[in-house]
Design a protein around this ligand. Structure first.
Ligand SMILES: Nc1ncnc2c1ncn2[C@@H]1O[C@H](COP(=O)(O)OP(=O)(O)OP(=O)(O)O)[C@@H](O)[C@H]1O
Length: 563
């Protein structure tokens, strides 16, 4: 299985401007003919042509203005639609990459951070694409055209613009570099605060019972203060970049205005290719000077969108990196419908090696195991001996480092695991209970879980009383409102609803239950596993005694005996 770590380039593709942004940016070029017409009209008025000199240029300026507005609005609409579509695609790609990671990967982003990046931080891409990209394009193209037009009349004015302009990108680059660092720090702080909040909300009952609510509120307050400071840093940098730009653009325009004014007065006769500028030409140069700086000023206004957008792209890229991929995450399920299973599967494990990524110590080092079809097996052993890891390897939740696992004669590989998983029923150590009704928690939205099947499964797990006590949506997130025994029964019902499951993998179903409840859970489990292969990890000797065989992972002889 290859490591899923997308390069930065697919994400970078999001940053390329499209035709909408280009049209929007180029619309600023309409100012060139508009300024020329305005200068012509003033020249005409000055030369005594009266009202006639103004009418046609005014009409043409109006038409050009309408054309400019149309281009800008079409470009803006197209850029916005594209940006939303790109964001949706990027969110889907990131969510798919998150789902393609093993649930046992300890380096996975916390759910609070992932939710914050996907829902909140990713939104920064929209201003980045809608405002920054067209502004960047405009700032690259428009000043060049204006500079050429100005240079055609006066090389001195063009030179003034040319000298003032590079200072702006230099300062912007310096400021932008700081802005990016500040923006990234702000986003990290925001994600951290969200993760902290989500985590503490989940553990509120524990915090309250141990009297740690005050302290947590104080820490949350400190985080909020730190976030405020970071946000202010980002804003300060944004204001600074605007101030620098305003200063240089005002200086540039003032110098051009002074030159044109003195030139027209005859005090500065040079700089216009050996001739004297007319009033209209001087005015044209003067009208173009602020327009030369305008795209750069716009760029500075949206400069922090760039920093936030790039920080968001990077955060999404980080979420997409998987250190521990989920085997077969992208395999198709189509073959599953064709595969009719003949009886419960046998399990064969040969020369199994498994080590966690980045760890030298192997949890399994050449492990061998055979389980007969329909056999009920208890995995025992001291805490940390690898019971959960073995169940996870059988369920294909983590990839084996080396060795072979076969289920029902089919080798467990990234190609077959999705199909094999269809015949597995899994009960983890802490089954997750979603906020919602008991029925919805049993059905889990599976297409084959119709209401009749759900009702039968609930009957089997004696859950009707629980369902009646929690009508419609009252089950709390994380199983609040359910006792430990009820939560296990809910997990049993989830498996009971699945008709093709003939291999049950169950992790410590009786942990933390009183003897009587544990007995009932064991009875239900054995009933459910009738005619199926069952592998159950447990520390409970009563449960282990009810199985056909016990395999102790904590002792080497037991492993050999099992083999
Ligand atoms: N997600 C993980 N990432 C890295 N190491 C892990 C992870 N989960 C477990 N381990 C390590 O793998 C080893 C086996 O853990 P495992 O959970 O399989 O033990 P176990 O026998 O099920 O223990 P228990 O009876 O307490 O549930 C332990 O050393 C544990 O620290």
């Amino acid at each position: 299985m290859t490591k899923h770590s997308p390069s930065r380039s697919p994400l970078r593709a999001f940053a390329s401007p499209d035709v909408g942004g280009m049209v929007q940016g180029a619309a600023a070029l309409f100012w060139l003919p508009q300024a020329a017409l305005l200068a012509m009209a003033v020249q005409g008025l000055a030369s005594g042509r009266g009202f006639d000199a103004v009418v046609w240029p005014a009409a043409a300026i109006l038409l050009l203005g309408l054309a400019r507005a149309a281009c800008e609005s079409w470009g803006a609409r197209r850029t916005f639609t594209r940006a939303r579509a790109q964001l949706t695609a990027l969110r889907a790609q990131t969510a798919a990459a998150l789902a393609a990671g093993s649930p046992l990967d300890r380096s996975r982003a916390h759910s609070g951070l992932a939710a914050s990046v996907l829902a909140e931080q990713a939104e920064a891409l929209v201003p980045y694409l809608v405002r920054y990209q067209p502004a960047r394009w405009r700032a690259t193209v428009v000043p060049i055209f204006i500079l050429c037009a100005v240079a055609a009349f006066s090389w001195v004015a063009a030179l003034v613009l040319l000298f003032a302009a590079p200072l702006i990108p230099i300062f912007m680059a310096i400021v932008g570099w700081r802005a990016r660092a500040a923006s990234e720090a702000q986003m990290v702080e925001l994600g951290g605060m969200n993760a902290f909040l989500l985590d503490r909300l989940r553990g509120l009952a524990t915090l309250r019972s141990l009297g740690a609510v005050e302290l947590t509120a104080q820490r949350l307050g400190d985080s909020a203060q730190s976030l405020r400071r970071r946000t202010m840093a980002v804003l300060r940098i944004a204001f600074l970049s605007s101030a620098v730009l305003e200063l240089f653009s005002a200086l540039g325009v003032a110098l051009v205005a002074a030159y044109v004014g003195f030139h027209l007065l005859g005090s500065l006769g040079f700089g216009s290719w050996g001739r004297t500028l007319s009033l209209g030409e001087g005015l044209f140069v003067l009208l173009l000077a602020p327009a030369f700086f305008e795209p750069l000023r716009e760029l500075s206004m949206v400069w922090h969108d760039r920093a936030a957008g790039e920080a968001a792209l990077e955060a999404l890229g980080r979420l997409q990196r998987n250190d521990l991929p989920l085997p077969g995450a992208n395999a198709s399920l189509t073959r599953a419908t064709r595969n009719a299973h003949a009886g419960p599967p046998a399990i064969t494990i040969h020369n199994l090696h498994f080590a966690w990524p980045g760890e030298q110590q192997e949890v399994f080092d050449g492990y061998e195991l055979r389980i007969a079809p329909g056999e009920h097996v208890a995995l025992t052993g001291s805490s940390g001996s690898g019971k959960t890891v073995l169940l996870s390897l059988l369920a294909g939740l983590v990839p084996v480092t080396h060795g072979d696992i076969s289920i029902g004669g089919v080798a467990l590989t990234s190609h077959t695991v999705a199909v094999l998983r269809q015949r597995m029923g899994w009960i983890g150590q802490a089954p997750h209970v979603f906020a919602g009704s008991v029925e919805a928690n049993v059905a889990l939205g599976r297409p084959d879980a119709d209401s009749q099947r759900v009702a039968n499964a609930m009957l089997f797990a004696s859950l009707e009383a629980v369902a009646q006590a929690h009508p419609v949506t009252s089950l709390g997130e994380g199983g609040q409102g359910l006792s430990g025994g009820e939560a296990v029964r809910l997990a049993l019902a989830r498996v009971a609803v699945h008709p093709h499951a003939d291999l049950l993998l169950v992790d410590e179903p009786t942990a933390h239950l009183d003897t009587e409840t544990a007995e009932r859970v064991i009875d239900a489990l054995i009933t459910l596993a009738r005619g199926k292969t069952l592998v159950v990890a447990t520390h409970d000797p009563v449960l282990a005694a009810r199985m056909d065989r016990t395999i102790n992972l904590g002792s080497a002889e037991a492993v050999e005996k099992a083999a």
